[in-house]
Design a protein around this ligand. Structure first.
Ligand code: O2Y
Ligand code: MN
Length: 591
């Protein structure tokens, strides 16, 4: 680690604006040392050892979970904080009613006051990173400055971090200078854990400046700035300017017995099984017939029109920051296999022999809860409901070789979905792109206990982007509609609902691997192999088009899951119209 020089620092990189920014941040935050991250294995090991020494990380059982660690976060710092998250645009309307807004000058003043001297006694890490394959034209770079070694270690798993990213920033900055263009080629993210005081916690986004300032939290989406802050809020703004889409979507490749692979991008709000769908294991009969599922990404998708008119997508992330509770050999064997080694667990419980444990994993009784107390059911769940694993995507058994393709993968279908006990049939297809955008813009999901404490409230969450769109939703919908232009070969758009219930509150559809039956129908529609029934809500599968899983008792039950009720849908449409009215000043006429 280099000590902070008392004279202005010599250039560290071939990007003068980066050097100048780092020097300015050091002058403001007064760290004891500055460390430029190179992303090497030696650096990672040194960070882990340092965190083991100071108790930030505990090693897990090396026999069952080699290279795995437990981090216990501050009990008041366990999730994203939407009410403290702001989009700071010059014109308030540009942030839209879907964001909390603060004027940029005021936000900078507020944040700089918090950052003043906050790194005294700490090391300041400079973390260059690339979102997307390092040589992809769709990838974009950022630099996160942070005083948290836990954040650095997580960023190494979640992004392409270090020397290669810095080299790309230097190259792009030289190209921009040579072209006489203004502006930065990287997103500037400044983060400090501060004192982890919820009263002094803010996450500010400055999309016009490609900048993020985050103070007071060390956790997940608040602190790993490459993820929600950069890859969604700032990137959605950049994408609108540059003609692409930054979406809260998984990307999964479905290989059929014919040997062709169709890539599907899917948006679901939290707690709808996104990671499970991205890592789906086909039912035995499908596996035997030659179906395979390939994981490209489980959370974020960047898509742009290619020369052939199709949308080409990359996963900007290099790892998974997945929810541990509920992950099991039954729900997601691929995820479980992925996290057997070299994984950082956050806020999980421990068994008496030092293995990570969470509700839903198996029927063992944990010894220690997520706060490090002897487990007592009277204290609530053993693992925090938002407990996480951070792991490199390359460890996933179903990781797609095409995930590293700089050109991305062509998207055949876009799927929207939500958790709906009633109203929404298992699947329907939108009539055209505009209808598809409407379906995404009006999608909704019922809350689960883990998310809010209130169960079963229907919340509209357009394209699952409500917490993540960096600008006015009206402009965002218009941007989506703009992709329908001459020469475009857009994906078909679908809506799915795995969560429909019967009158007794029992799920009607088995979900998990059986969802492949629905994806098979979607692929049939993309290829033009299967017909559909035109209805007022969209196109539905013909009877018999989706084969009945064993757990669905008879064809009548299957018909119920596939059907809709016109009067319930009248209410649905009225509610959807009311939700869209919130964006009326900028709502495109097409919707
Ligand atoms: O709670 C957090 O800080 C993380 S939220 C998150 C993490 C991974 C993937 N998706 C999400 C989300 O809220 O959509
Ligand atoms: Mn997410």
């Amino acid at each position: 680690m280099n000590a902070v020089p008392s004279t202005p620092p010599a250039p560290n990189t071939r990007c003068a604006s980066l050097d100048a920014w780092v020097a300015d941040v050091a002058a403001l935050t007064c760290p004891d040392a500055i460390h430029w991250c190179d992303g090497s294995a030696a650096e990672y090991d040194a960070l882990l050892s340092g965190m083991q020494a100071d108790g930030t990380l505990l090693p897990l059982n090396p026999d069952t979970h080699p290279g795995c660690w437990l981090h216990r976060s501050d009990p008041d710092d366990v999730a994203r904080v939407e009410h403290l998250t702001f989009v700071c645009t010059r014109d308030r309307d540009d942030a839209g009613p879907n964001n909390h807004w603060m004027a940029p000058d005021e936000a900078h003043r507020k944040m700089d006051a918090l950052f003043e001297g906050c790194m005294r006694g700490r090391t300041m890490y400079v973390v260059p990173y690339c979102m997307g394959p390092i040589d992809s034209p769709l990838a974009r770079c950022g630099v996160e400055i942070t005083d948290s070694p836990y954040v650095v270690a997580n960023m190494r798993l979640m992004t392409r971090m270090g020397a290669a990213a810095l080299a790309r920033i230097e190259r792009e900055s030289a190209d921009r200078d040579a072209a006489g263009e203004q502006g930065d080629v990287f997103v500037r993210g400044l983060h400090s854990i501060g004192e982890l005081d919820p009263a002094r916690r803010f996450i500010m986004h400055f999309p016009e400046e490609l900048a993020i300032k985050s103070f007071g939290s060390g956790y997940g989406g608040n602190a790993l700035l490459g993820k929600k802050c950069h890859a969604l809020r700032i990137a959605s703004w950049q994408a609108r300017q540059e003609g692409w889409l930054a979406e809260h979507m998984l990307i999964v490749g479905i290989e059929t017995p014919r040997g062709d692979t169709h890539y599907i991008a899917a948006a679901f709000p939290s707690a709808c099984g996104k990671t499970n769908l991205a890592m789906l294991i086909p039912p035995a009969a499908y596996r035997e017939a030659g179906w395979k599922v390939w994981t490209v990404g489980d959370d974020i998708c960047w898509m742009r029109p290619g020369p052939d008119g199709r949308l080409w997508a990359i996963n900007p992330e290099a790892g998974f920051f997945g929810v541990a509770p509920g992950t099991s050999a039954a729900s997601n064997p691929n995820a479980l296999a992925t996290i057997q080694r070299d994984t950082i667990f956050t806020n999980v419980a421990l068994t008496d022999d030092g293995q990570p444990w969470w509700e839903g994993l198996d029927d063992r009784v944990p010894a220690t809860d997520w706060r490090g107390r002897p487990f007592d059911p009277a204290n609530g769940p053993a693992a925090h409901p938002n407990a996480r694993f951070t792991v490199s995507a390359a460890q996933c058994p179903s990781y797609s070789p095409r995930a590293e393709d700089p050109q991305g993968v062509p998207i055949s279908a876009i799927v929207f979905g939500g958790r709906r006990a009633t109203t929404m049939p298992l699947v329907f297809e939108a009539r055209d792109w505009t209808h598809g955008v409407y379906v995404g813009a009006t999608m909704a999901s019922e809350t689960t206990a883990a998310a809010t404490g209130q169960v079963g409230i229907v919340r509209r969450d357009p394209m699952a982007m409500k917490p993540f769109c960096g600008y006015h939703f009206g402009d965002y919908f218009a941007h989506w509609l703009s992709f329908d232009r001459p020469g475009a070969r857009l994906p078909k758009v679908f809506h799915v609902n795995w969560f429909r219930k019967d009158a007794d509150g029992r799920f009607l559809w088995p979900g998990f691997g059986e969802n492949l039956r629905v994806l098979e129908w979607i692929i049939g529609r993309v290829r033009g192999d299967v017909s559909a029934v035109d209805t007022e809500i969209g196109r539905l599968p013909c009877p018999g088009a989706i084969e009945r899983p064993a757990s669905v008792p008879d064809d009548a039950a299957l018909a119920t899951i596939l059907s809709y009720d016109a009067s319930t849908w009248s209410t649905e449409c009225a509610e959807a119209r009311q939700a869209l009215a919130a964006y009326r000043t900028r709502l495109p006429a097409g919707l």
